[in-house]
Ligand binder design. Structure first.
Ligand code: 5AD
Ligand code: SF4
Length: 558
């Protein structure tokens, strides 16, 4: 195999088009890939037609996500037939799940790289660009089932840690200066929900050392980041035992997760070393990186979510009172078939407990309809759960059978597509009413909004280049900005006259909510006091924007 050191920077190196599908983990992986390739002299283009190398970072969680990528792959075949020397690479979960079968079915694919092997991508690209035949083994990096074989980490997993770390040392992000970032705390998943490919594509749960995570947050804060989202498939299962996994230079190394048994009552009393729990980790980041004004985390698992985490969320003002905690179903029978490990009443107990600690907590979830054998009665229970929990939103999916999962092997996909469609439409309609009611509670309040950029409608209008119709429902003359509250409610407001989008983007600003819709809050930028005479009639001078940015607490002055 060609050594990985062959990945030398080249002056005027290749141009890469990188497109990401799927979850936040994939987005973070793509960011790391981008930094890694940029450091080797590669440049990036948003136009696939201009690229020497096309990379798709793929998702495999539902068939639809795979089909989307494969239709892109199909189009590249024509480009290659037309004589283009473009290199096509598939990264991520589809590559890992399907493996080398993809190469025989789609010969236009030059390289495959699973999510656990991304540190080897430069070597794969380099090999694929060599003229002449290169063995398949030199164009493919997949974990297979290796990461499940033992409790000790493979060398690849350690190298992957280096890739995670490399981001902290990258002084200029390819995407420009940024204010919001993801930080991975765990990789992989041990839960084996019967419908889900993630434990197979991302491997066993591995927990990163707390010092490394805190360090990464500090470095991001030094670069101007004020919002950090911690990522893990089941973040509340984060648990790092100190003194057992020491790597090079005495630094603590990532370690395989302890499994669900560690969270059962009475567990942890054995002779184990000092432990950093998820609550400890949150507290540390909050206290040691105060420049991060919003700290949030996804995704939470409804079981084993201790009061200690809720207490930290209650006591630390910069931790967002936001939970993404998927129920998946409201029926005990279906939850059991899904191997979720909790009942409907246990899920509800958690929601009530969370609201007991944090009355204003904003909750989002995921639901699956049409899981094998789901009856009308099961579905009714999901619907009633949705109404009872009143999530601000739910991501609702039709069950999609995934090869390799135990549901694929053991349970026929027996709910007809028409029934799945009826059920998803019904849940979406109920959720729309719930979301509207949850949003309506904010009307009249002042919420702090992390401004992300021009609203989609504003962007579409400016792309058309003409006189624009702005405002999501009513015409206006300015630019409409969009951002998120601490509870992840999307909020739009008109940019005050005389200000550019760049001036407010990446800041946290107070917005008074005027009205609410199903998807959005609508408001205006709130001046806390009347503008002083030296500011004339301009209610939002730059100095005042800076002052808003410094305000720590939400002003519920309505
Ligand atoms: N079919 C449908 N939805 C799925 N999800 C995961 N696997 C499947 C599947 N096979 C959904 C779950 C999960 C979210 C990321 O995707 O709701 O929480
Ligand atoms: Fe998939 Fe279940 Fe793990 Fe979530 S907890 S990633 S649904 S196996």
């Amino acid at each position: 195999m060609t050594p990985e050191t062959d990945t030398q920077p080249r002056p005027g190196g290749p141009t890469v088009y990188l497109e990401t599908f799927g979850c936040q983990m994939n987005q973070l992986d793509s960011e790391l890939v981008r930094g890694q390739l940029a450091a080797l002299g590669y440049s990036f283009t948003p136009d696939a037609g201009q690229a020497d190398v096309i990379l798709y970072n793929t998702c495999s969680v539902r068939e639809q996500a795979e089909n989307k990528v494969l239709s892109r792959v199909g189009k590249i075949a024509q480009r290659k037939r037309d004589g283009s020397p473009v290199i096509l690479g598939l990264l991520g979960c589809l590559a890992e799940r399907e493996g080398t079968r993809l190469l025989s079915r789609y010969p236009q694919i030059d390289l495959l790289c699973g999510p656990g092997e991304l540190n080897r991508l430069p070597m794969l690209i380099d090999n694929a660009m060599r003229t002449g035949a290169v063995e398949v083994a030199d164009r493919v990096a997949l974990a297979g089932n290796r990461s499940r074989r033992s409790a000790t980490l493979s060398a690849a997993a350690d190298n992957l840690e280096l890739l995670d770390l490399s981001r902290s040392f990258d002084p200029d992000h390819a995407g420009g200066p940024r204010r919001s970032a993801y930080v991975r705390i765990t990789r992989g998943c041990n839960k084996f929900c019967t419908y889900c490919v993630v434990p197979f594509t991302r491997g066993a749960e591995v927990h990163r050392p707390p010092d490394t995570i805190v360090d990464e947050c500090k470095r991001l804060a030094d670069q101007g980041v004020i919002e950090i989202t911690l990522l893990g498939q089941t973040v509340n299962h984060y648990r790092y035992t100190h003194g057992v996994a020491v790597g090079l230079e005495g630094r603590e190394a990532p370690q395989v997760g302890p499994g669900a048994a560690a969270f059962r009552p009475g567990a942890g009393s054995g002779n184990v070393g000092r432990v950093t729990s998820f609550a400890d980790l949150l507290g540390r980041i909050h206290d040691e990186v105060p420049a991060v004004r919003r700290l949030r985390f996804v995704t939470s698992y409804p079981r084993d979510f201790g009061d200690d985490i809720l207490q930290v969320m209650r006591d630390c003002p910069r931790i967002c009172r936001y939970l993404h905690v998927p129920a998946q179903s409201g029926s005990d029978r279906v939850l059991k078939l899904m191997n979720r490990g909790y009942t409907r009443s246990e899920y509800l107990e958690f929601i009530d407990r969370a609201r007991g600690f944090l009355p204003d907590v904003s909750i989002a979830g995921d639901l699956i309809v049409g899981f094998p054998t789901e009856t009308d009665r099961d579905f009714e229970q999901t619907r009633s759960l949705l109404q009872r929990v009143r999530c601000k939103n739910n991501f609702i999916f039709k069950y999609s059978p995934r090869p390799g999962t135990s549901a694929w092997d053991r349970l026929p996909d027996d709910v007809p597509e028409t029934v799945k469609r009826l059920r998803i439409n019904e849940l979406l309609a109920v959720q729309a009413r719930v979301s509207e009611a949850v949003h309506a509670e904010q009307v009249g309040r002042v919420v702090e909004v992390f401004v992300e950029g021009a609203s989609p409608k504003s962007r579409a209008a400016s792309a058309r280049g003409g006189e624009v119709e702005l405002g999501w429902e009513r015409p206006s003359v300015g630019v409409q900005m969009s951002g998120r509250t601490a509870g992840d409610l999307i909020t739009v407001f008109d940019l005050p006259p005389g200000y550019s989008a760049e001036q407010v983007q990446g800041q946290i600003l107070p917005v008074r909510v005027e009205r609410a819709g199903t998807l959005l809050l609508y408001g205006h930028l709130e001046a806390k006091t009347r503008p002083s005479p030296e500011h004339g009639s301009d209610p939002f001078p730059a100095a005042r924007l800076a002052q808003f940015e410094m305000s720590e607490s939400v002003d519920f002055a309505s």
